[in-house]
Design a protein around this ligand. Structure first.
Ligand SMILES: Nc1ncnc2c1ncn2[C@@H]1O[C@H](COP(=O)(O)OP(=O)(O)O)[C@@H](O)[C@H]1O
Ligand SMILES: [Mg+2]
Length: 217
């Protein structure tokens, strides 16, 4: 699903590689956990899997990254984002609307669904994630766990093949962490390929079916 070969990347304006000589093959259906110390390149690797690098973050790009056979350098991000969606670590800055139901509908509308289609999918999706009770509540008033579930629900609404998550449980209490991982396990069992950067090694080992340690470049 994702094939990374001899890949190195240096952010524009820096003289150090953020990632150096990465070779990684992520098969369809994987639930891959990324580990590695802070600054090792986990976020950069997730950005590279979905084309955020090099389309939004420019720099020196060596080697190749293929998403579902598409070269991420040559393929427009609009095409790549139909295949892989990312939930950023700082999801607050990524919300586009004020209410959970609008956030899910917004993403679907961007991918060409009609308003009524989008509303129907969003309703089913909120039910699946157990967040129906958040309807009509301001996103900024939600707890960390509720925001995470909202961000996840919006990310998978468009039915990507790959879901990328950057430290999605950082600010959550232990119970909410487990809830998020249980949702991910279910989505993975339904065929979604997942790559997650997670500091909590216990959760990573318990839920992920493979692990890749990002090495300091
Ligand atoms: N936008 C950026 N511009 C320049 N350098 C960056 C940027 N983002 C990350 N880096 C650098 O890239 C390296 C890897 O960072 P990152 O991918 O954020 O690692 P991690 O997520 O494992 O903490 C670090 O040396 C970091 O300073
Ligand atoms: Mg990071």
């Amino acid at each position: 699903m994702i094939k990374i070969e001899k890949f190195s990347f240096k952010y524009k304006g820096t003289d150090k590689f953020a990632l150096h000589d990465v070779n990684l093959d992520v098969p369809a259906g994987a639930f891959l956990g990324l580990s590695g110390v802070s600054g090792s390149g986990k976020t950069s690797l997730l950005y590279s899997c979905c084309g955020v690098i090099p389309h939004f973050y420019k720099g020196d790009f060596y080697g190749s990254v293929k998403l579902n056979g598409l070269d991420t350098v040559e393929t427009p991000i609009a095409e790549l984002s139909k295949i892989a969606t990312i939930v950023f670590e700082d999801m607050d800055s990524a919300f586009s609307t004020d209410y959970p139901e609008d956030e899910i509908v917004f993403g679907l509308r961007n991918f060409g669904h009609t308003k009524s289609e989008a509303e129907e999918i969003a309703a089913g999706n909120m039910k699946e994630f157990g967040i129906e009770d958040l309807r009509g509540k301001q996103i900024r008033s939600l707890s960390g766990g509720q925001k995470r579930k909202t961000a996840l629900a919006a990310a998978i609404a468009i039915k990507p093949k790959v879901l990328l998550l950057d430290e999605p449980t950082g600010e959550l209490d232990p119970e909410a962490k487990v809830q998020v991982f249980e949702i991910l396990r279910k989505l993975n069992a339904e065929g979604l390929t997942i790559i997650i950067s997670e500091r909590n090694e216990n959760l990573l080992r318990k839920y992920c079916t493979s692990e890749y340690t990002v090495q300091n470049a």
